[in-house]
Design a protein around this ligand. Structure first.
Ligand code: SF4
Length: 315
C-alpha cells in the first residue's frame, strides 16, 4: 500500500524543537501509525525564525484574533507568525496531505481549546493556535486532530477513517471524473457513512440519485463536503449495531438457524459492549467471503484502515 502523507507538529515525532529544547514524542504516531504514513513535520515557531531554546509564549486578547506574546517579557510575535503561516499553508497545498496531527494546547499549533489570556495573565477564553487556525481556514475539509484527543479510541478511529476516505477520494478524483465513478465511490462507502451519520447517508444518496440537478463540478464538491461532514460524527455502538444488522440481513437465505442465532448473539454482545467491533465484523467477513456477497465485498466499512492499527479492538 502506498503510504499516506500527513502533516504533523514536529515535536510529536521527537524532534527537539520545543521552547525548552525538548520534544513531545508520541509513540503511537511515530511508531504505529508511522508505518503507514510519510510525515511532513512542521514547527511553526522554529520555521518562522525563532531559536531553540526560546521564551515560552501564550495567546493574549480576544478569541477571534488573539496575539502571540512571550509570557515573561511580552514580545509580540503575531505578525511574524501570521506572515510565515500564510506562506506555509500555500506550500503545504502542494504536499498531497490527507490530514494533519497538531500538538494540543500550543499557542502556535493547537487546533482548538488553546487558552487565551487577558493582558494581566488571566485565562479568559479558548481558541486555536495561530498556525493551526490558518491551516484549518485554508483546508476546511482536511481531517485534523491533536495528539491529546487521539488517545481516545473512538476519536482515533474516527480520524484515521477520515484520513483513509480522504486518500481514496483523492485517488478517485485523480483517475476518474465521471458520474459513474462517483456512483461506484458512493456505493463502496455507503455502510461506512451509515455508521457515522444516517442523515448524511440519506443526503449523499439523494445527491447521487439525481446527479443532473447541479453542474458536475458542484456535484462533486457538494458530495465530498457532505461526506466529510458526515464522517465527523462518531460511529457509536448503536449506529454500528444498526449497520451490522443491515449486513446480517444479506445472509437470511444462506445461514442455518444455528448460524443466524450465533450471528445475532455476537451482534447483541457487541451492542451490550461485552465484545469489541472486530468480533462481529470478523464473523460477517467470513460469511462475505464464503457466500461471495458482491455488494458487501466492496464496502470500505469492512476494511476502512489497516488491521494492524487495532482500531476496532476496544470495548
Ligand atoms: S507545539 Fe508546534 S510550535 Fe511548539 S514545538 Fe511543537 S511543533 Fe513547534
Amino acid at each position: 500500500m502506498k503510504k499516506i502523507t500527513l502533516g504533523i507538529s514536529s515535536c510529536l515525532l521527537g524532534n527537539p524543537v520545543r521552547y525548552d529544547g525538548g520534544h513531545k514524542l508520541d509513540h503511537f504516531l511515530a511508531d504505529t501509525l508511522g508505518q503507514y504514513v510519510d510525515w511532513v513535520p512542521v514547527c511553526p515557531e522554529v520555521e518562522c525564525g525563532l531559536p531553540v531554546p526560546r521564551e515560552a509564549m501564550h495567546l493574549v486578547g480576544d478569541a477571534v484574533s488573539p496575539r502571540l506574546m512571550t509570557i515573561r517579557t511580552g514580545v509580540d510575535h503575531t505578525s511574524r507568525m501570521r506572515q510565515w503561516a500564510t506562506k506555509k499553508v500555500m506550500a503545504l497545498a502542494a504536499e498531497d496531505l490527507c490530514g494533519f496531527v497538531f500538538k494540543s494546547r500550543s499557542p502556535s499549533s493547537g487546533m482548538r481549546g488553546v487558552k487565551i489570556y487577558s493582558p494581566e495573565g488571566v485565562p479568559i477564553s479558548t481558541g486555536a493556535g495561530i498556525f493551526a487556525k490558518a491551516f484549518q481556514d485554508c483546508f476546511p475539509l482536511l481531517p485534523v486532530e491533536d495528539e491529546g484527543r487521539l488517545h481516545d479510541p473512538g476519536l482515533r478511529e474516527n480520524f484515521i477513517e477520515r484520513v483513509f476516505v480522504y486518500k481514496r477520494w483523492k485517488e478517485f478524483r485523480a483517475s476518474d471524473r465521471t458520474i459513474g465513478g462517483l456512483v461506484s465511490f458512493h456505493t463502496s462507502h455507503k455502510l461506512l457513512v451509515m455508521a457515522h451519520s444516517p442523515k448524511h447517508y440519506s443526503a449523499l444518496g439523494k445527491l447521487v440519485a439525481d446527479p443532473k440537478q447541479v453542474k458536475r463540478d458542484e456535484l462533486f464538491e457538494r458530495y465530498f463536503r457532505t461526506l466529510m461532514e458526515g464522517l465527523q460524527f462518531l460511529a457509536t455502538v448503536r449506529k454500528n449495531t444498526n449497520v451490522l444488522q443491515h449486513m446480517a440481513g444479506y445472509f437470511k437465505k444462506q445461514l442455518s438457524a444455528d448460524e443466524k442465532q450465533e450471528l445475532q448473539d455476537v451482534i447483541t454482545n457487541y451492542h451490550r459492549e461485552l465484545v469489541p467491533l472486530i468480533v462481529p465484523m470478523t464473523l460477517l467477513q467470513h460469511y462475505v467471503r464464503k457466500y461471495n456477497a458482491e455488494y458487501l465485498k466492496q464496502q470500505s466499512y469492512l476494511n476502512p484502515h489497516p488491521l494492524e492499527l487495532m482500531l476496532r479492538n476496544h470495548v
